[in-house]
Design a protein around this ligand. Structure first.
Ligand code: ADP
Length: 448
């Protein structure tokens, strides 16, 4: 690009130089012509003012210098006087251009070119009161001659100008390209105000993409660190209990207890691994969602049935309200969504609390899932963050109840993959409501 701009600048400069030289030559030649004619006219009228040519039979004029050639042509076209030629040898001048014009209009002018001498002869003729025409002539260099004689100077000037223009085009190109080069060097430190206006949308877009890539990488790094950390705790516990049993240091009673701990931690490990795998599957932006017409109410009911045992154990009542609700959706995703929301509503509930699952269609025709609990609630400052991976309000409660810290992150991904809307309302000590509303394009078109 730099090279191209540079070359264009040089071509432009050279063309401009040549054109201006050509034009200035034409202009100066035109001015020269005007000057010569003005000289000739002034002289002709001065001569007319004298009475030297009043009588063609008796011309009293005597030429003192040979600056102009003076000719007197009578009414018949016969040359009566010529300052630089023998009048007897001259033929009739009646048809000369300037003479014809002078006879007709009072004045006439003409230029005749001599190829051999490379000169132009300028003629200026005026009509005298006695009917004769007084003609003055002067030789001057032709435009070709002027041009040829100025060639050495022109070459010198052109060379200097080209040199200067090459230098300037180089400097100009650098000043044009350098802001773009700066952008390429480090997009992070670019002040958009200093960027070319035309490039601003482009730079802003690249900057945003760059920032999102960096953020993504950071998130992934943080996630990997978190996963390793989360895996380490149950593994350490399993290894510790197993070692005690292996060394025969545990009594039969302890062995049973330790085996239980190993089992619980192994289950936690499995849960963690499953959720991590699921999350990375859902993280792919162009994941294939296997949509099929399904009854959301039936699916949620079966999920509620599965969780009933857990709810009973914690003395939490679990209820589902709704009717057949057909939707075009991925079965697995919908199950996970209901499961995670209900599971949380049970685990973060109080003794004798309740969970209500509502499946239905709102006034706009959108299908929805609503999970309401009378649990511990979430304070405002945590509400925004609970959908982040491994973000927990109460870490120990989450772990005690078998939480992985990934449930709501999975919910958020499923919501995003389905272009659904998520609403959370919660008050500490009162309970939480999470509403997922599906877009209209997931509705099943009734068969005709
Ligand atoms: P976890 O496996 O820890 O439950 P989640 O991603 O499902 O992870 O939830 C993140 C955090 O949000 C939980 O640790 C909990 O503090 C809070 N939370 C989620 N659902 C509820 C709820 N229904 N009531 C109160 N707090 C909740």
């Amino acid at each position: 690009m730099k090279k191209k701009i540079n070359v264009y600048f040089i071509i432009l400069a050279v063309a401009a130089i040549l054109l201006s030289i050509l034009l200035s030559n034409v202009v100066s030649y035109t001015l020269l012509q005007k000057e010569v004619y003005a000289d000739l006219a002034a002289c002709a009228y001065a001569l007319k003012g004298t009475d030297s040519f009043d009588d063609p039979q008796n011309i009293t004029y005597e030429q003192s210098s040979q600056v102009y050639r003076i000719t007197l042509v009578d009414t018949e076209g016969v040359v009566r006087y010529d300052s630089s030629a023998d009048i007897l040898e001259l033929d009739s001048h009646l048809n000369r251009d300037e003479i014809l014009k002078a006879r007709k209009n009072g004045v006439g002018q003409a230029i005749r070119h001599s190829d051999t001498l490379q000169t132009d002869t300028y003629y200026y003729a005026i009509l005298l009161d006695n009917g004769c025409v007084l003609r003055l002539a002067k030789e001057a260099s032709s435009i070709v001659n002027i041009f040829v004689s100025s060639i050495p100077y022109l070459i010198g000037i052109i060379l200097i100008l080209i040199l200067v223009s090459v230098l300037f085009s180089h400097i100009l190109t650098r000043s044009i390209v350098s802001p773009i080069e700066q952008i390429a060097e480090n997009i992070n430190y670019i002040d958009t105000n200093k960027v070319y206006r035309e490039l601003r949308p482009f730079v802003t877009m690249i900057k945003e993409q760059h920032e999102s890539i960096v953020k993504n990488v950071e998130m992934r790094q943080e996630f990997s660190a978190n996963v390793s950390h989360e895996l380490k705790t149950p593994l350490t516990a399993i290894s510790g209990y197993a070692e005690i049993i292996e060394n025969g240091m545990a009594s039969t009673e302890d062995t049973i207890r330790f085996s239980g701990e190993i089992h619980r931690n192994a289950k936690r490990l499995l849960g963690l691994i499953n959720d991590t795998i699921r999350l990375s599957e859902l993280d792919v932006s162009n994941i294939e969602v296997q949509r099929e017409p399904l009854d959301l109410f039936a699916l949620a009911s079966s999920c509620v049935n599965t969780l009933k045992v857990k709810a009973d154990k914690l003395n939490v009542s679990l209820r589902i309200v709704g009717e057949v609700c057909m939707i075009n959706a991925d079965k697995e995703m919908m199950y996970e969504l209901v499961y995670n929301l209900c599971d949380n509503a049970i685990r973060y509930n109080n003794k004798d609390g309740s969970v209500l699952v509502l499946i239905g269609e709102n006034s706009d025709g959108n299908k929805y899932i609503e999970v309401k609990d009378t649990g511990i609630g979430i304070s405002k400052e945590h509400q925004e963050r609970i959908f982040e991976r491994f973000y927990r309000v109460d870490k120990s409660r989450s772990k005690e109840t078998g939480g992985t810290g990934l449930g709501l992150a999975i919910v958020k991904h499923i919501v995003a993959q389905n272009h659904a809307q998520l609403r959370l309302e919660s008050e500490v000590g009162k309970g939480t409501m999470i509403l997922v509303t599906f877009p209209l394009d997931m509705n099943v078109l009734s068969e005709v």
